[in-house]
Design a binder for this molecule. Structure first.
Ligand SMILES: Nc1ncnc2c1ncn2[C@@H]1O[C@H](COP(=O)(O)OP(=O)(O)OP(=O)(O)O)[C@@H](O)[C@H]1O
Ligand SMILES: Nc1nc2c(ncn2[C@@H]2O[C@H](COP(=O)(O)O)[C@@H](O)[C@H]2O)c(=O)[nH]1
Length: 213
């Protein structure tokens, strides 16, 4: 009897916490945003994107508040000092970070919160109680990664080289046992997307079920 009550209480507490967030990491150009866009399109109301802050310049088509909160270094540092960030990192000459507000905004909708962050962010999130599912999206090779980044036409030669250097570090650090729950090699996009959906199926089902009750 006591055990059943305890078990029910644990189940209620888990349900109140909402679905587990998802961290998508991996080298710049590996295909995180491409996979994420498919997921957000196919499961519109189930997943919500944690909108990060960055000091980098917006790319053509990027929308402030949707893709990123585009801010100055001074603005971002002020908010970091005020304790408003879960994690932040310097990547390729710019600051990036996840604010507490970004995650709370998604969780308030009872959606699965997806964070697209670099490997420093992964290590920092590991020190928090967020408890996400950690997924690394990786390219089939550095040469293919370079080609994808060049074809994307978002980088200068300088920033492209910085990103490739960071990619090599990322791929080395990602080998740490237990750092990621799943590594997806994004060669064929549809195959990579299937692998992503499969690992998230349980959380998707739980979230869909909770909508019915
Ligand atoms: N499986 C794939 N095959 C071929 N091209 C791909 C594949 N996946 C993604 N791409 C292309 O590679 C480029 C980089 O992908 P994307 O922008 O999604 O990477 P990313 O990991 O989000 O990068 P960043 O971290 O810089 O935001 C894009 O132009 C995208 O269309
Ligand atoms: N640690 C964090 N890394 C982040 C965050 N938002 C994005 N990123 C990572 O930055 C690079 C470059 O992104 P880009 O949009 O300039 O191509 C990429 O690896 C992202 O995953 C964040 O909030 N924290």
């Amino acid at each position: 009897m006591i055990w059943r009550r305890l078990r029910d209480a644990i189940a209620r507490a888990a349900a109140m916490q909402g679905p587990r967030p998802v961290v998508l990491s991996g080298p710049s150009g590996a295909g995180k945003s491409t996979l994420l866009k498919k997921l957000l399109k196919d499961y519109e109301n189930i997943f919500g994107f944690s909108v990060s802050h960055t000091t980098r310049q917006p790319r053509p088509g990027e929308v402030n508040g949707k893709d990123y909160h585009f801010v100055t270094r001074e603005e971002m540092q002020k908010e970091i000092d005020a304790g408003e960030f879960i994690e932040h990192a310097e990547f390729s000459g710019n600051m990036y970070g996840t604010s507490k507000g970004a995650v709370q905004a998604v969780q308030a909708q009872n959606q699965i919160c997806v964070l697209d962050i670099d490997i420093q962010g992964v290590k920092n999130i590991k020190r928090t109680d967020l408890n996400p599912i950690y997924i690394s999206v990786q390219p089939p090779s550095i040469d293919i990664l370079e080609k994808r980044l060049r074809d994307r036409k978002t980088e200068t030669e300088e920033s492209l080289l910085k990103r490739l250097t960071a990619a090599r570090v990322d791929l080395e650090l990602s080998k740490e046992p237990g750092l990621f729950d799943l590594v997806i090699i994004n060669d064929d996009l549809e195959k990579a997307y299937s692998e992503l959906k499969e690992v998230l199926l349980e959380e998707i089902k739980k979230t869909q079920e909770s909508r019915k009750s």
